[in-house]
Design a protein around this ligand. Structure first.
Ligand code: PMP
Length: 399
């Protein structure tokens, strides 16, 4: 067989999918499995989205569309950005992509040459590492342990930017930790970024509508408007509107960088389909009751999960304020046994938890933090309490 390109060999299969697949297999064998593994929102968009799609079908031209995105979608996204504190952008500053993952992949292609340095905090969303490795970038991951609430400090950022990396990738609210940076924290990081003009900044803020406790969503551009010429904001319909399979993402940023992504779009996807555009416009401009209600529901579920985390002696869990993840440090359990089965690390722990209790979580090493595991609490509501009870029992049974 002819050889494959080296770049595909550098990307590893997603650890999240490995757990999800094992959970699926056990379920198929008849086991009672509760999955806290995959980060899907588990709700559907409002009926107006489906109605818009039905109408679009009646008028579908079936033709190729714009590489940048349908003007109606671009305008809807520009309007959607206003309450996030991102104003003054025009159609030239935005582009539609096939989900935020494709947006980030495009940016890696557009901004990073082989060997260029990319910096991001750890814990990180798994694809950051894989995408960086596919394009051959040099990764500098900045450790942000639970002792600092998994958050990057201005001093860490300042030190990391001394080497003039090409790209700093930031994620707020965070997957996997659920942490949200306060306004003061964003301002302090923005002050550091302002001192380092050689570095592009990408903010992956796809959970921006899922922020709890009234702390609000904040971003670097809002804090320091002069950063606008090198900050690129990524967003998506997936989590906010319960539309992960519809594959719609966005980027907003300086004209040249966005134009580069349009060029990549023109060579890779051409356009987002017409009926998907209709769904996107309806989601962005229609009633916002579904995302608003889901945010309140996730906040209540966060409380429910945290009550259990706080009841487990030895477990350390910074309190998340957004998204739908909790990321407890479970390292106190390493070296212990569960009914004679020894647990050395996060992978052993997640395996034993799945085998013994039928609860699927993702090992923290998938996100660069092997002391932790990730709980995604978007499972159907009736499963949450029993799943958490099994989780608590598992830790109580360690010896
Ligand atoms: N960024 C983060 C932090 C995510 O959690 C995800 C999805 N899990 C993505 C990007 C990709 O989202 P999309 O479905 O829009 O591709």
């Amino acid at each position: 067989m002819p050889q494959l390109a080296q770049r595909v060999g550098r990307a590893k299969p997603s650890a999240i999918m490995v757990v999800a697949e094992k959970a699926k297999q056990l379920k198929a064998e008849g086991r009672d499995i509760i999955s806290f593994s995959i980060g899907v929102p588990n709700f559907l968009p409002g009926p107006h989205v489906y109605e818009a799609v039905r109408q679009a079908l009646d008028h579908d031209s079936g033709q190729y569309g714009s590489n940048r995105g349908d003007p109606a979608v671009l305008d809807a996204f520009l309007k959607h950005m206003l309450p996030l504190g991102l104003d003054g952008y025009t159609r030239e500053n935005v582009v539609v992509t096939v989900g935020a993952k494709h947006a980030l992949y495009n940016l890696a292609e557009a901004l990073l040459d082989e060997g260029d340095e990319i910096v991001f905090p750890t814990p990180y969303w798994t694809s950051y590492l894989d995408i960086a490795e596919i394009v051959g970038a040099k990764v500098t991951a900045l450790p942000c342990p639970p002792e600092q609430d998994y958050k990057l400090t201005p001093a860490q950022l300042d030190a990391a930017l001394q080497s003039k990396p090409r790209l700093f990738l930031f994620n707020n609210p965070s997957n996997p930790t659920g942490m949200v940076y306060t306004r003061a924290e964003i301002e302090a990081l923005a002050d550091v970024l302002a001192k380092h003009p050689d570095t592009w900044v990408v903010t992956d803020d796809i959970y921006n509508r899922m922020v709890f406790d009234g702390i609000g969503y904040h971003n670097f551009v809002h804090a320091r408007p002069e950063l606008r010429d090198r900050v690129i904001f990524a967003d998506s319909l997936s989590k906010t509107y319960g539309m992960p399979g519809w594959r719609v993402g966005f980027l907003a940023g300086p004209v040249d960088a966005i134009r580069a992504v349009v060029t990549l779009n023109s060579n890779a996807i051409t356009n987002v389909p017409e009926i998907v555009n209709a769904a996107a416009v309806a989601a962005l401009t229609g009633p916002q009751d579904v995302p608003d209600a889901k945010c309140r529901e996730f906040q209540a579920k966060r409380d429910q999960v945290m009550a259990v985390m706080e009841s487990i002696p030895g477990l350390v869990c910074p309190r998340p304020q957004g998204a739908f993840y909790v990321f407890p440090d479970v390292s106190f359990a390493f070296g212990k046994s569960h009914h004679g089965r020894r647990i050395e690390n996060d992978v052993d722990l997640c395996d034993a938890l799945l085998d013994a209790k039928g609860v699927a979580c993702v090992p923290g090493s998938a996100f660069g933090e092997p002391r932790a595991l990730r709980i995604s609490y978007t499972c159907p509501t009736p499963q949450l309490a029993p799943g958490l009870e099994r989780f608590r029992e598992f830790f109580a049974e360690l010896a």
